[in-house]
Design a protein around this ligand. Structure first.
Ligand code: ZN
Length: 273
């Protein structure tokens, strides 16, 4: 109903064939801040509100203007956006799953064993610097995806787990979370998360050590706990174990592979890394 209400503000008619289907929005990287978060003289909802209860996918994240990305920080945190204009103020919902993809460098070959990257270290730093530390801080899982080996592309090659079976596991896990807390882990507040996290000292020792080593912000410290709780749920564990925390920390930390790259002698321009 909330998603349909946002569409109705934009004059988009209700499509019953898509009723109860979660929206997936994938705006182009040339999108303006107003198109993305909403705006106009009479404030209208933007892509983040059209993605409410669904997925917002930003492909080529580094190609979006820095300003556009920065205005998304607040709604990512609060799940709402307030647009103020001379003619009035509007408050729209914007709770979406944020998914983004980008190349490792402007040419796209950095770290690739077969391709030759010809970007200077400076160009790579500038390219990555377009994603600010505070925005990266709000992305819980960062995964480097390499080129698949040629053998994997052959017909009859061993198949990875199917999306269908992964979807079934995710759906089971969501049900467990809804039954336990009445909400999914993403919506747990700090107190609820603390109750469901871990009672072993070992867990906090690991987390505290990592927090110092990786200079985790308070936000990141909590986000890692949330992902660890979800990893435990996915494996059907009632308790969060140190292994789940270690996995969450690995997923939180970006560009592990880049550390070995000769072209990037120092970590790129992220504030605390
Ligand atoms: Zn390159």
């Amino acid at each position: 109903m909330e998603t349909a209400a946002v569409n109705s503000v934009l004059g988009i008619p209700l499509d019953l064939r898509r009723w109860r289907n979660r929206p997936i929005r994938a705006p182009h990287h040339t999108a303006s801040a107003a198109a993305l978060v909403g705006g106009g003289s009479e404030p209208r909802p933007g892509e983040i509100s059209r993605a409410h209860n669904g997925v917002l996918f930003l492909d080529e994240l580094a190609e979006f203007s820095r300003h556009v990305l920065e205005v998304m920080r607040e709604p990512i945190e609060s799940g709402r956006i307030t647009i103020s204009r001379a003619r009035g103020q509007a408050d729209y919902p914007a709770r979406f799953q944020f998914v983004a993809a980008m190349n490792p460098c402007p040419c796209g070959y950095l770290g690739d064993e077969q391709g030759d990257c010809n970007c200077s270290a400076d160009a790579v730093r500038r390219y990555r610097g377009r994603i600010s530390g505070p925005l990266l801080d709000r992305i819980d899982i960062k995964v480097e995806v390499g080129r698949p080996p040629v053998e994997a592309l052959r017909p009859g090659a061993a198949k990875a787990e199917s999306s269908k079976s992964i979807a079934a596991r995710v759906s089971r896990t969501r049900k467990v979370q809804l039954m336990r807390a009445g909400k999914v882990n993403a919506k747990l507040d700090a107190g609820e998360l603390a109750d469901l996290f871990c009672s072993q000292d070992e867990c906090f020792e690991l987390l505290d050590k990592a927090a110092v080593r990786l200079a985790l912000s308070a936000r990141a410290y909590q986000r890692v706990q949330r992902v660890a709780r979800t990893i435990a749920d996915l494996s059907g564990e009632v308790q969060v174990h140190p292994a789940h925390i270690a996995e969450a920390l690995g997923l939180w930390q970006a560009d592990r592979g880049q550390a070995n790259c000769r072209q990037l002698p120092t970590p790129y321009s992220r504030p605390r890394f």
